[in-house]
Write a protein that binds this ligand. Structure first.
Ligand code: ATP
Ligand code: MG
Length: 467
């Protein structure tokens, strides 16, 4: 297929080889001096050839066995020693050093039944998933070892499996999702047949652990345009495997100010959310998940989706819990879904702005507005709402800057003060009184003084012994 001299063993261009940090070369030299074969492999080689800027993640493959690697370096951690990986900790970074290995069968679709250590790099490269991930660089002189034509694939920006895609996906059911992630993050195109291979191996994907799926979702959200990957997952019928029911948003018409079906709008909204925040983007993808089941024709034109934000919140929380997202992350995404419909008008009083902040919570209010802006920007005919949301953002910022009272921690009295003053025992009544005081102070910040609040508390609880 390709010329073994020019393609298997060309050289990495000088300027790219110079991007390899000295620390990585030193690490490799230490292994080579001890008599082991050693190569730079994986994502960093690919990213160099793709011309991706920024810090790269340097992985090393070697003929040294894990115990030999551990013995050579002062600080190591046995991070994946079962699979031959030892993390070497040097001054500037940590590096994964993995023994050349091959894999036998994967009867569970997740883990090779046994890992065999090998002595040569070519066999190690053959077990890797995509051709652009299956290259190695000789740290001594920058020779590129590329038995599967990864460099050529990068030139064509094509994501190709090493060997037969269906077979490779059957070995490890996470690979189809890695395909979607790489397509999104690296901005490459799936090779012909790759999406069909994904569709053909859905049963294996179902066996993959929730944690691995979750991590791929989060990594995919870091792409400039994550919709590239999500579209692939949709085409290969994976949506229902990750978020059962989300597939119903495809083709769900909305009418009104919407130019697109719910799915297309959701993709646009996700892409329009700030790129540095994977969970916010996930909220963008899922914010309208309950629209299909709440859809009813509106009198006149279009549809309405009564309570879709509340039902959506429940749905999204259940999906993310199933995928083992951290509790705080589940809560954050669910909260964003619940509050994504911001209906602001310039007539709002400052008190109304403070009530809005109190409702969504200080720590989430900017994210809620970001999501609302991404939402209206991508509906098709709601652009006129963007300046309104920007205005709200300005007013929220001003209230927060003033130090306005928004939650209990800002109140001039606490539960203990109220209990002492009114002679109350601990119990739900104390919480109710504090909640009422908070409402009053959100309405009128001038009331936030100890004496005033205790007097109001006594009025609220006339039966108690307030003095
Ligand atoms: P990133 O670091 O951005 O996740 P990467 O390609 O470096 O991308 P890693 O998970 O760090 O991915 O793995 C390093 C290399 O190990 C990959 O480039 C690939 O060659 C190989 N690899 C990782 N996971 C798999 C897998 N599930 N199947 C086959 N090969 C894999
Ligand atoms: Mg990596």
């Amino acid at each position: 297929m390709h010329d073994p001299v020019t393609q298997d063993r060309s050289s990495l261009p000088r300027d790219l080889f110079e991007r390899v940090p000295d620390e990585v070369l030193d690490l490799c030299r230490a292994l080579a001096d001890a008599g082991h074969a050693v190569y730079i492999v994986g994502g960093a080689v690919r990213d160099l050839l793709l011309g991706r800027p920024g810090e790269l993640d340097w992985d090393v493959a070697t003929s040294a066995r894990p115990d030999e690697v551990t013995a050579l370096f002062e600080r190591t951690a046995p991070t994946g020693v079962k699979h031959g990986t030892v993390t070497v900790i040097l001054e500037n970074a940590e590096y994964e050093v993995t023994t050349f290995r091959g894999e036998s069968s994967y009867s569970d679709g997740r883990h090779p039944d046994e890992v065999t250590y090998l002595d040569d790099i070519e066999a190690d490269l053959a077990r890797r998933d995509f051709t652009m991930n299956a290259m190695a660089v000789d740290p001594r002189d920058g020779t590129l070892i590329d038995p599967h034509g990864g460099r050529d694939a990068i030139g064509r920006r094509a994501l190709e499996a090493v060997g037969d895609a269906v077979q490779r996906f059957r070995e490890d059911g996470l690979r189809p999702m890695r395909a979607a992630r790489f397509t999104a993050v690296l901005e490459v195109e799936p090779a012909a047949g790759l999406i069909d291979a994904m569709r053909a191996t859905r049963d294996v994907f179902e066996k993959v652990s929730a944690e691995r799926k979750r991590d791929e979702i989060l990594k995919m959200m870091e792409a400039r345009t994550p919709s590239r990957g999500w579209q692939m997952l949709e085409e290969a019928s994976y949506l229902e495997l990750l978020f059962p029911g989300l597939e119903k948003t495809v083709g769900c018409v909305q009418g009104g100010r919407h130019d697109h079906d719910v799915w297309t709008h959701s993709l646009g909204c996700m892409d329009a959310c700030p790129p540095c925040d994977p969970l916010l983007r996930l909220a963008g993808l899922l914010h309208d998940a309950a629209k299909p089941e709440t859809s009813e024709p509106r009198e006149g034109e279009g549809m309405h989706f009564y309570r879709h934000e509340q039902i959506g919140e429940q749905k999204v929380a259940a999906w993310l819990r199933n995928l083992h997202f951290k509790g705080a992350d589940v809560e954050r995404v669910a909260l964003l879904v619940r509050h994504h419909m911001v209906i602001y008008s310039p007539e709002w009083t400052d008190a109304a702005v403070r009530r809005f902040i109190a409702r969504v919570g200080k720590e989430h209010v900017h994210d809620v507005i970001d999501l609302a802006i991404a939402d209206v920007r991508t509906q098709g005919r709601s652009d006129f709402l963007v300046p309104l949301a920007e205005e709200l953002r300005g007013r929220v910022g001003a209230e927060l800057k003033k130090g306005s009272v928004i939650d209990r921690t800002d109140l001039a009295v606490g539960g203990r003060d109220v209990m002492e003053h009114l002679g109350l025992d601990p119990g739900p009544r104390v919480g109710e009184i504090i909640a009422s005081l908070l409402d009053r102070v959100v309405e009128d910040p001038a009331l936030n003084e100890r004496a005033i609040l205790l007097a109001i508390a006594a009025e609220l609880d006339p039966g108690s012994g307030g003095q």
